[in-house]
Design a protein around this ligand. Structure first.
Ligand code: NI
Length: 156
């Protein structure tokens, strides 16, 4: 496993649409392991492959309930939108408020090509929505509620 470099805002790769995964092979497993390691190293709650400059539809998330990996995720059901505060490893030093679904259902595949399904709510649903946006070249700052984007003091 290796740490990968996180693409930062201004990098065009963050604005491109990622491609569906078609091969569930060793390189996909390595990518997912590296993404998880990179996410934990940077104390993130989620990471999408374009953030490590790989244009594949792969996401890792851990909101405190263990690692979740989603390959080719699709949201199939969406609940009420609620105001959430969030940040992004690709937009360091900022936080802002966005509208996210309070609940959602996502179907995806794991690294072995096995179908998985999650009924998510709260922070987990928020993270899934945020990470899937990355796969479509969308950053939370694109949808931030006007006047809520703020600069935060870096951690010491
Ligand atoms: Ni992000």
């Amino acid at each position: 496993m290796a740490l990968r470099e996180i693409a930062l805002i201004g990098d065009d790769i963050l604005r491109l649409k990622a491609k569906e995964v078609t091969e569930f092979d060793q390189s996909l497993s390595e990518l997912i392991d590296d993404m998880a390691k990179t996410m934990y190293h940077n104390q993130g709650a989620g990471l999408a492959a374009p953030q490590v400059s790989i244009l594949k539809r792969v996401v890792v998330i851990d909101v405190g309930q263990g690692l979740v990996e989603l390959v080719n995720p699709k949201i199939t059901k969406i609940g009420n939108m609620v105001e959430c505060e969030e940040g992004c490893l690709s937009v360091p030093g900022k936080r802002g408020k966005v509208m996210r679904p309070q609940t959602l259902t996502v179907v995806a595949y794991d690294r072995h090509g096995k179908k998985v399904k999650y009924n998510a709510e709260g922070y987990f649903a928020q993270a899934i929505s945020h990470e899937i946006d990355h796969l479509d070249g969308i950053l939370y700052i694109d949808k931030v509620i006007e006047g809520t984007l703020e600069t935060i003091t870096p951690k010491e």
